[in-house]
Design a protein around this ligand. Structure first.
Ligand SMILES: [Cu+2]
Length: 765
């Protein structure tokens, strides 16, 4: 609280504790309630019959032993027809099986190990192929197969909310509390065009509208406590009847700085809360309309930056509907309109003491300012060419940034003969603005708008069975983009300001995929080719100082990815295995390099287009040793080459393997997780993306963790664990250098967490 008080933010002072109190009270009440009912409703060992009942919601009545079984919201992903398997109570390496390996579905409400921070990137890290670039304790930036930023489409209920920070302190995933959603869906590669042009993956965090059978009050809540004063609360309540329902999701999460394996404190504390309310009108089985509103805020101390995030305010409003069975031809019509606003403040006085003119440390990798309100995330490169008033050059500085996005989407599903066509339009408008000054004056400065984005797209995805076992799917979309440069920054001789200039691009994307199954071999496979032309995003156009001989805004070209994706899943007897592999050629890959720019202190970002080749695979296998004992192995490997400069592509995580062993008997399970990571020799020093760059070759490590869970009754579940049991000091390859303000030497990277004890109690009611 002291930090909130210091920052003078009234709203979080009031809102956070009230919410924290109310969710705690609710959680406690729920746990007592469950304890009472536990005597009456005893948990049965999971039989095949009860499993089937749970998987079919019409049979289950909503109160079955769902705590032990992932909810299978079939049809809510980007593709339908997936089945869902029983998972152990505590998932180790989360990589659930679906019929095809390009599609991952995960249940964000299940406890996972190691315990993630309350944000989307930290959750995604548990899916093979994903990593996150660490800043501090939370709000890492997700990377999939070495691909960063808008190569990943991160969606909540089909809509995209981008952060405001020019240096991505507030990555899109930092506004997402995964456990407040029902399902996470990942489509690997450019294998869908339904939600925008994404070259590396499309990720959707979805809440599922549901028609209730009768008058119902249902929900779940959990509390978690862990080392480093970590304390989380989550509550979800659904109230309604056949006509409609109200759903409330709220959570709070906090942690102090953590200790690494050497016992050294890493500046990493965070506080977060979210509250979302959804009203759904369900007049019939085949139609619904839903209005939702949500808000959240938080703060995070960043070991790897010279400023912290003291505000991560999110405001979202959404309206969506679906109407099925309109006619034999028109199977479904769906639409949505979304408003999202991110209002972020970063400063060097709320969560740390400003060091007078922090100039040194040789870690001046942060970005130079070109947009007039750009990066002060490092005081090192306080830009001389910055058009914004620097006030009194007080060393206590703050910058406030906001990004507002309004988006809409309309899609129809058409059936004709055995063709299924999903087609529609989407559009978005987004504005970015900011202001900065000294600690006491920045709130009085006028806002300056620096960027405006427009996007309009049309898309169509057609699928047709070729035989009982073969299906072909093809998609095409065309996007029209327009970006306006509105920052009134001072021109330099080298790169004159593009003030008032507009960039317009019309970019096509598409894919074609063949899916096949061989029932006699228990094998499913796919092969697909996709092509994506990606518009450079805010960070690529506005953050770097230049691109070649031009300003970044005028010089960075759209990126073209052409990628082959193929994979197999195999389920037979005690074995279930999968592999998803890819190989791609990226023309005009947008590479961020850090070097010295005139008029900027230290190193700042420059962008350039290069040609690159990428390849890699994720694979996993599960073996059922006995009825009770299961083994899991997951491996991910990515490789990339900068063909233009004949050197490795930067910021690619090394070979990563996770080995899990789970013993489960009746209501009890115990598990271990061993994560082994190879060293990374393939680096391109001082090159990377907006958040991270290659600092050095990295060495390998192994981390061992254990967990146990007990299902007291159908409602009450306790899981406990120790992450990094041996208290090993280690760091990930994708990382940032620690900041000199916290006493880090230049290029000293941030270590991961040491031994962490945690316990989570969840109830369903
Ligand atoms: Cu920031």
């Amino acid at each position: 609280m002291k930090h909130f008080a210091k920052s003078g933010c009234i709203a979080p002072i009031l809102a956070a504790p009230i919410l924290r109190l109310s969710t705690t009270a609710l959680s406690v009440a729920c746990i007592f309630y469950a304890g009472f009912n536990g005597n009456m409703a005893y948990a049965e060992p999971l039989s095949a019959a009860s499993l089937a009942a749970v998987q079919d919601p019409s049979v289950s009545g909503g109160l079955a032993t769902t705590a032990a079984i992932p909810d299978c919201h079939s049809g809510q992903g980007l593709h339908t027809g997936q089945h869902c398997e029983l998972s152990p109570i505590v998932v180790t390496a989360s990589n659930p099986q679906t019929t095809q390996a390009y599609l991952i579905q995960a249940d964000p409400k299940q406890p996972i190990q190691p315990v993630p921070a309350t944000d989307g990137a930290d959750y995604l890290k548990h899916i093979a192929g994903f990593n996150a670039i660490r800043n501090g304790g939370t709000n890492g930036d997700a990377v999939f197969r070495g691909m960063f930023g808008s190569r990943l489409k991160i969606l909540t209920n089909g809509s995209e909310m981008l952060g405001a920070c020019p240096n991505r302190m507030d990555a899109p995933t930092s506004y997402i509390a995964p456990q407040n959603f029902d399902e996470i869906t990942v489509v690997k590669g450019p294998q869908t065009v339904l939600f925008g042009a994404a070259s590396a993956a499309t990720v959707n965090f979805a809440r599922t509208p549901e028609r209730l059978e009768q008058d119902t009050i249902t929900g779940q809540a959990s509390v978690m406590a862990a080392s480093n004063q970590r304390f989380d609360n989550d509550v979800e309540t659904i109230l309604g009847n056949q006509q409609g329902s109200i759903r409330l999701n709220a959570n709070t999460s906090r942690s102090d700085d953590y200790k690494d394996g050497n016992g050294k404190k890493v500046p990493a504390e965070w506080r977060k809360w979210n509250a979302d309310i959804t009203a759904t009108y369900t007049p019939a089985d085949d139609r619904w309309i839903e209005l939702s509103a949500g808000k959240g805020d938080g703060e995070a101390r960043y070991a790897g930056r010279s400023m912290d995030g003291s505000q991560f305010l999110r405001e979202s409003v959404g309206l969506r509907f679906a109407q099925k069975n309109l006619s034999p031809l028109l199977q479904k019509l769906e639409g949505q309109v979304n408003y999202n606003n991110a209002d972020h403040i970063m400063d060097n006085f709320t969560l740390r003491t400003p060091s007078p003119m922090d100039m040194g440390g040789g870690h001046g990798h942060e970005h130079g300012a070109m947009s007039g309100m750009d990066h002060m995330d490092d005081m090192d490169d306080m830009p001389s060419s910055n058009g914004m008033s620097m006030g009194s050059m007080d060393s206590a500085m703050a910058m406030q940034l906001a990004r507002k996005t309004i988006s809409g989407r309309l899609a129809a599903t058409l059936n004709w003969l055995d063709y299924t066509l999903v087609t529609g339009v989407d559009a978005s408008h987004s504005e970015h603005k900011g202001r900065m000054d000294g600690q006491y004056s920045y709130k009085h400065m006028p806002w300056n708008k620096d960027a405006e984005f427009e996007q309009t797209g049309v898309f169509a995805e057609l699928s047709k069975p070729l035989s009982d076992t073969r299906k072909i799917i093809a998609g095409l979309r065309i996007d029209q983009h327009e970006v306006q440069y509105l920052a009134r920054d001072a021109a330099t001789e080298a790169y004159p300001t593009p003030y008032g200039k507009t960039r317009s691009e019309t970019l096509p994307s598409g894919f074609i995929r063949l899916e096949n199954n061989w029932p006699e071999l228990n094998l499913n496979g796919y092969v697909g080719v996709g092509h994506v032309e990606r518009m450079p995003d805010y960070w690529e156009l506005f953050t770097p100082v230049h691109s070649g001989n031009s300003s970044a805004f005028l010089g960075v070209k759209p990126e073209q990815t052409t990628q082959l994706d193929l994979g197999l899943t195999h389920n037979a007897g005690p074995w279930s295995s999968w592999i998803s592999a890819y190989a791609g050629k990226i023309n005009n890959f947008i590479l961020i390099g850090y070097h010295h720019h005139e008029g900027h202190m230290g190193n700042s970002a420059g962008a350039k287009n290069i040609d690159a080749t990428i390849a890699g695979a994720e694979a996993g296998t599960r073996y059922q040793f006995t009825d009770n004992l299961t083994g899991d192995l997951n491996v991910a490997y990515g490789w990339g080459r900068n063909d233009t400069d004949s050197q490795p592509l930067p910021q690619i995580a090394p070979l990563d393997a996770r080995i899990g062993l789970t013993y489960q008997q009746d209501q009890f399970s115990v598990g271990t997780l061993l994560r082994l990571v190879d060293r990374q020799d393939r680096v391109a020093l001082n090159q990377g993306n907006i958040v991270g760059y290659d600092l050095a070759k990295s060495s390998g490590f192994g981390v061992f963790s254990i967990n146990a869970a007990y299902q007291f009754n159908p409602m009450l579940n306790l899981s406990i664990g120790v992450d990094n049991v041996l208290d090993k000091a280690y760091s990930e390859h994708l990382n940032r250098a620690g900041n000199s303000a916290f006493g880090y030497a230049s290029d000293e990277i941030i270590n991961e967490m040491g031994r962490n004890f945690w316990a989570k109690l969840s109830i369903k009611y």
